[in-house]
Write a new protein. Structure first.
Length: 604
């Protein structure tokens, strides 16, 4: 007896409320006891996900509603993790498209919806955060419909049901006047609108691995949807890659199904269900896990290529090895290889002598999350400035990644933002008033020009602007783009920074270090107020004598040093500079610490 099933993915732009809505669905479906304590955004289980308030990894869950199992997949909303979304949609038979009632469709909404429509999935549209003061639900519905038309949705996809909701407060209605009690209308629409999985129950077992996971007890786990047949614990299976070659053979040592936030062991899995299997050590994402008589692999979507890369090398600063335990090139290499194996959107290459590693990814955020994760695991390393990955056209010319940038700013800052993006070789496509004194700007800009622009943009708009970017295409190379205009303040000596020295150097520029901070020769301790690099001595103490004078003994008043995040530091450095990453500190430094070597490299 096969159980009725529905598989659905929730897609949306970052911060439009996917994970919060899933929380409310799980609470109202009777999954938890009345007295059970439940975390907020419980699907965001990683430390970084909790801290940053974003979903990084796609995760499935399931609930029971009217005796039907509904598998729900929470997806990331950030463009850098788009590789996750593309694969996950292959497990679903329908999608919930979530749109903010004030912001309307954003670049990532367009990206994920385009992928869903191309796979033939039927969407349910929810206008979320309807209780916002600046909500404009009717206009947003029109914008969503226009987006569907622009993305060539078919007749069936255009007949989407529309619901209005507040995921945080846990209610959903079909009409704005309806009573706002609970999410039952949404769950009923899912049962009515999303088709049952179209699978062959009698065919031999085959499933497509979509996500890779690791479990401290089970080891390597593959998550995917059973496309045909059924399997039991201890069945013999093998993994086929996209070319139909056998990757490995093995047994299904454990079968698990998702229930709420946990995985529950089961003896048998059926076609259509989303499951987790253990027992295979080499098979990866996009591989087909099947019984030996199956010889043809299941069709899978190829992953978009990475657009940006960084070089990671061993930390060789004078302070190396004092703060982290994992410092050698061997352990860094093993960790990066393990990441490239589980995260298909990341690529790994190494230099001939195996001491430098190039990691490619979708953007600064994805690379930053990897480095931050390694840092918390006790690794020390140096990281280069991110650089874009080029492609070659058929005529031999160079192509570079171009991004579509959508910006919402107050009208008074629009001209400064337009000027800034023009300098970065951005091309304006559209400029329109978004109401309430806001302007929406649309640009096509090269990824090179956008490295490090986020912090400058927030300064320009006094923190009120919202910038969203998404990969558009590879286009002709745009020529040289200006980088950071100001030079660096470089320490001439090693030791502890002194408040008296910092006080006397404040008019030279902004400081990145405070008093009693460990510094070394060649370390960048601030940003010069002019365009050239300047070497300064931050260790110089006050000459003490027994003569006192009223003018020279004033209290030292220091401006607080500038604190930057990991991604901001990666984007801030120039080609001849590096970022030193340790578990407790982030330091900017010159590639060559000795001034003579810097001069020699500059001449070369």
């Amino acid at each position: 007896m096969t159980q009725e099933l529905r598989n659905i993915a929730i897609i949306a732009h970052v911060d439009h409320g996917k994970t919060t809505l899933i929380d409310s669905i799980m609470k109202q479906s009777g999954m938890f006891r009345d007295n059970q304590t439940v975390d907020e955004r419980m699907m965001d289980s990683g430390d970084l996900e909790k801290e940053r308030g974003i979903t990084i990894l796609a995760k499935p869950t399931s609930i029971m509603w009217r005796d039907i199992r509904i598998n729900i997949i929470d997806t990331p909303g950030h463009a850098d993790f788009g590789g996750e979304v593309e694969r996950v949609l292959g497990m679903a038979d329908g999608v919930i498209l979530l749109t903010d009632a004030a912001e309307g469709p954003m670049p990532q909404t367009k990206f994920v919806l385009g992928k869903a429509l191309a796979q033939g999935l039927r969407p349910i549209v929810i206008i979320n955060k309807i209780d916002r003061g600046d909500a404009r639900p009717e206009e947003v519905v029109d914008e969503v419909f226009d987006l569907f038309v622009a993305l060539d949705a078919n007749e069936q996809q255009l007949e989407f049901p529309i619901l209005y909701a507040s995921g945080r407060d846990g209610w959903c209605v079909r009409e704005l006047e309806d009573p706002r009690d609970n999410l039952h209308p949404l769950l009923d629409v899912i049962l009515d609108h999303v088709p049952q999985p179209d699978v062959a129950h009698d065919a031999p077992f085959a499933m497509l691995a979509t996500l890779l996971d690791s479990d401290p007890y089970l080891g390597r786990c593959l998550v995917g949807r059973v496309m045909q047949g059924q399997a039991s614990v201890n069945d013999s299976v093998r993994g086929l890659n996209l070319d139909g070659e056998v990757v490995e053979s093995g047994r299904l040592t454990k079968l698990l199904r998702f229930e709420g936030t946990s995985r529950v062991p089961v003896d048998k899995v059926m076609a259509g269900d989303i499951v987790c299997i253990a027992g295979l050590t080499k098979s990866s994402v996009s591989d087909t896990i099947c019984v030996p008589e199956v010889t043809e692999p299941l069709r899978s979507t190829p992953i978009d290529p990475p657009t940006m890369s960084v070089n990671i090398t061993v930390n060789d600063s004078p302070l190396a090895g004092r703060e982290g335990k994992k410092v050698t090139s061997t352990v860094i290499r093993e960790r990066l290889l393990a990441e490239a194996e589980t995260n298909v959107a990341i690529t790994f290459t190494e230099s001939s002598n195996r001491d430098a590693f190039e990691i490619g990814g979708r953007g600064e955020l994805q690379l930053g999350v990897l480095i931050e994760t390694m840092r918390r695991e006790g690794f020390e390393m140096t990281v280069s400035r991110p650089r874009v990955l080029y492609q070659q056209a058929e005529d031999g010319s160079r192509l570079e990644p171009i991004e579509e940038v959508t910006i919402d700013v107050d009208e008074e800052y629009a001209s400064a933002v337009v000027d800034s993006l023009n300098r970065r070789k951005g091309e304006m496509l559209d400029m329109r008033s978004a109401g309430a004194g806001k302007t929406r700007l649309l640009f096509l800009a090269p990824s090179r020009g956008l490295i490090g622009y986020q912090s400058r943009f927030l300064t320009q708009t006094r923190g009120t602007g919202v910038l969203n970017r998404i990969f558009h295409s590879f286009g002709p190379h745009k020529g040289p783009i200006e980088s950071r205009r100001n030079g660096a303040l470089i320490s001439t000596d090693s030791g502890m920074a002194v408040a008296y020295a910092l006080f006397n150097l404040q008019d030279r520029g902004q400081m990145f270090v405070g008093p009693q901070t460990a510094v070394y020769q060649g370390m960048i301790v601030g940003e010069h107020s002019r365009g050239n690099d300047l070497e300064i001595n931050v260790l110089k103490g006050k000459q003490l004598t027994n003569v006192r004078a009223s003018g020279s003994d004033d209290a030292v008043k220091l401006v607080p040093p500038v604190r930057m995040s990991l991604e901001e530091m990666m984007a801030y450095i120039n080609e001849d500079e590096l970022l030193e990453v340790t578990p407790t500190n982030l330091r900017l430094r010159k590639q060559y610490l000795c001034p003579h070597e810097r001069k020699k490299a500059a001449r070369a």
